[in-house]
Design a protein. Structure first.
Length: 118
């Protein structure tokens, strides 16, 4: 940000009758502009610079909106994949439990048959 009040005061000194004061005011005004990270064109024609900044920000905003949309789609895909994986694992656990129960029943049956034979 430019300290506009200070810049106005420095530019007012350009009308001085003393050449040294004019040169010092010009240098200080230029340093103020440079320290703010802008150019004289930015100060003299701010509408143009503002329009360019607005256009750049609008383009960045649209790009970010696209990224948000892609991330939202990816999130939904991951959510669906998580649900599918959950049900697949649940089905495997049920099958494994059924196998264990069947083996246990078979073992008990063999044990009973063995006990009856003896």
């Amino acid at each position: 940000m430019i300290d506009r009040e200070r810049l106005i005061k420095l530019l007012g000194l350009l009308g001085s009758d003393h050449n040294g004061e004019i040169a010092a005011a010009g240098r200080m005004a230029d340093a103020l502009i440079r320290d703010a990270g802008v150019t004289w064109a930015d100060v003299i024609a701010p509408e143009t610079v503002q329009r360019e900044l607005i256009d750049a920000l609008r383009a960045e905003y649209e790009e970010l909106q696209e990224k948000v949309h892609r991330l939202s789609v990816q999130k939904n895909e991951l959510s669906q994949a998580t649900v599918v994986t959950f049900y697949q694992r649940r089905r495997r656990v049920k099958r494994f439990a059924a196998l264990i129960i069947a083996l246990l029943i078979a073992f008990v049956g063999f044990w009973l048959a063995f006990e009856l034979i003896e």
